[in-house]
Ligand binder design. Structure first.
Ligand code: ASP
Length: 583
């Protein structure tokens, strides 16, 4: 009897066993009369040898890549000197006994057996072939392990996983909703959830003290490398909790996941307030794998004749400086290219100073005194051989540009090691921020977050100064997710809606069901959601969430394998009371 084994299982000690394997033809080689077929499955690759005397030899001659085989044969050690050290099964081979060709494959549009770069749309169109590649098999396996570890962790803490519906009422959470037209109720729509936010809060009101869900969420936004329109969140909510309880829970979960899946012990996550994060790193999702802290060096240039700095300082702005380790060795062209990058980030320009061994060099040299340069050098802890990059603008813009340039410099100086995991908490976010599109104040998180204790008093006087009990978890410069302590008193929730300019009628139409629930003894509660796709992406060392998602939409938001979105028959539209008006 032959034992069924995977293509990754056999070792030298299996010599002499008779086994059965199933898989795909990864490669076929004709060699000195023998034919070698590498058979591949999700576990690995095993070499099958066909001798010209064997009746299957004639079939083996016609095998093609990705044909599906079942083979039986005897395991034997490879002749000394022909072992393949790169394969786990490289000490052995299987001498063909019986061959069954289970299915044939067309010639694949790209090589499945090599990690060559293939156009992403072609990969997505033939995703089933792409997913056969070891890297994608590995990524989806890590994804499974991460999600399992999350569930195990929350189960051990007695959280319940409760599913929430996919078709709900449109309750916008900052992005555009995907809508589902109703057949039974003409002219009305369900919305797909941007997150289960209100439902998980209602579960707290319903007395489930600890909720979690691996939740699918949909937001009709433009896709990006680190964002999909359809994504998965680890969604969590707790009753009778403090902010500290939520942070401890989520941090312990991530520590558990990293230990179980990556065998990495994470240190306690450093904490920064939002204000500190901006002042030191320019961004609210700082990459803490490296230092290179920013410095506001405006005071250093008070009274300067240099127009670029003077106008920024006089307008109440800032001059923000960044150190480029070893940057003195860059050429003028390199600095020009860096300046272009800064402009793409919104800067008006960039002033650079190279601290070369033979003296300081800068295109702005004639406007800068040695004392001023020395002041910047000291503020940044820079040394000879480094360069200083300066950004003068309105304070928030100067910091934002310097923060993005800090990541750019970190990248160029190879300070962003993908195998280092720098988690952190950012806390004390402002309640409101100015929406880039509308120019209007909007909640930095969502309108269900509670203001910081003691900040309610600012709501009439200076709402922009109000802080929220809102926190973000960041990892290697990515925001993994946000959460907050929620408002649980109906009158306070009304007050926030009022501040945001919603009339009582609008509140009633959009959130009436939720306001009513708050009236029936809502407990204090809070929670958080983390982006599972992003977490898996970083754990896999990938730079694109599509690499860790089985069937993602492409960069243009299309499913190119199924060809969606696509037109539907007119009857279906009629059933839904819809008519297409061509733009
Ligand atoms: N629902 C929020 C989000 O998706 C997370 C939370 O506040 O729990 O960002």
């Amino acid at each position: 009897m032959a034992d069924r084994v995977s293509c990754g299982a056999l070792r030298a000690g299996d010599d002499g066993r008779t086994v059965q394997l199933c898989g795909w033809v990864n490669r076929r080689r004709d060699h000195g009369g023998l034919i070698f077929v590498d058979l591949r499955d999700h576990e690995g690759v095993t070499q099958i040898v066909f001798d010209p005397q064997h009746p299957s030899f004639a079939h083996a001659e016609h095998l093609r890549h990705e044909d599906v085989l079942q083979v039986r044969g005897a395991v034997r050690r490879r002749p000394a000197g022909t072992e393949n050290l790169r394969l786990q099964t490289g000490d052995i081979e299987v001498e063909i006994g019986e061959l069954e060709i289970l299915n044939r494959s067309q010639v694949p549009p790209f090589q499945v057996n090599a990690d060559e770069t293939v156009d992403e749309n072609l990969r997505l169109e033939y995703r089933y072939l792409d997913l056969r590649r070891p890297r994608m098999q590995r990524n989806l396996r890590i994804r499974h392990q991460i999600i399992k570890a999350m569930r195990d962790f929350f189960d051990s803490r007695e959280f319940l996983e409760i599913e929430t519906p996919m078709m709900i009422k449109s309750t916008p959470e900052g992005a555009r909703d995907y809508l589902v037209p109703s057949r039974l109720y003409p002219g009305t729509f369900y919305a797909l959830p941007q997150s289960p936010q209100l439902l998980k809060q209602i579960l707290m009101i319903a007395g489930f003290g600890r909720y979690m869900q691996i939740a699918r969420c949909m937001r009709d936004e433009d896709p990006r490398a680190d964002r999909l329109v359809e994504f998965v969140q680890l969604d969590v909510e707790l009753s009778f909790c403090t902010q500290e309880d939520v942070l401890e829970t989520m941090e312990s979960c991530m520590r558990y996941v990293w230990r179980e899946v990556l065998d990495v012990e994470l240190p306690p996550f450093p904490r920064l307030t939002h204000r500190e994060a901006l002042a030191r790193y320019g961004l609210d999702k700082p990459d803490l794998r490296f230092g290179l802290e920013l410095a506001d060096v405006g005071a250093n240039f008070s009274g300067t004749e240099f127009g670029v700095f003077r106008s920024a300082i006089e307008a109440g702005g800032a001059v923000v400086a960044l150190r480029y380790p070893g940057g003195a060795a860059l050429s003028r062209r390199d600095f020009d290219a860096l300046t272009e990058t800064a402009k793409q980030f919104g800067a008006k320009g960039m002033v650079w100073i190279a601290l070369a061994a033979d003296g300081n060099k800068s295109p702005a040299a004639k406007f800068l005194t040695e004392v001023q340069i020395e002041g910047v050098r000291t503020a940044l802890g820079a040394q000879t051989g480094d360069a200083l990059l300066l950004f003068a603008d309105a304070t928030s813009l100067a910091y934002a540009v310097a923060g993005k340039m800090r990541n750019e410099v970190g990248e160029r100086c190879k300070l962003r090691d993908p195998n280092t995991y720098a988690f952190a908490w950012v806390t004390d976010f402002p309640y409101l921020e100015i929406d880039e599109e509308t120019g209007r104040p909007m909640p930095a998180h969502h309108p269900f977050s509670a203001p910081a204790p003691g900040d309610w008093g600012l709501i009439d006087r200076d709402p922009m100064a109000m802080r929220a009990q809102h926190y973000d978890m960041v990892l290697n410069g990515y925001e993994l997710g946000s959460g907050s302590i929620r408002i649980h008193k109906p009158q306070e929730q009304r007050r926030i809606f009022e501040m945001l300019g919603l009339t009582p009628q609008e509140v009633d139409e959009r959130f009436g069901f939720f306001m009513r629930a708050l009236e029936y003894g809502a407990p204090p509660h809070g929670g958080m959601a983390l982006g599972v796709d992003r977490i898996v992406m970083i754990a896999c060392g990938e730079e694109n969430v599509r690499e860790v998602t089985a069937f993602p939409k492409n960069q243009a938001g299309r499913d190119v394998m199924m060809d969606a979105p696509s037109p539907v028959p007119n009857e279906l539209l009629r059933d839904l009371h819809l008519r297409i008006v061509n733009p």
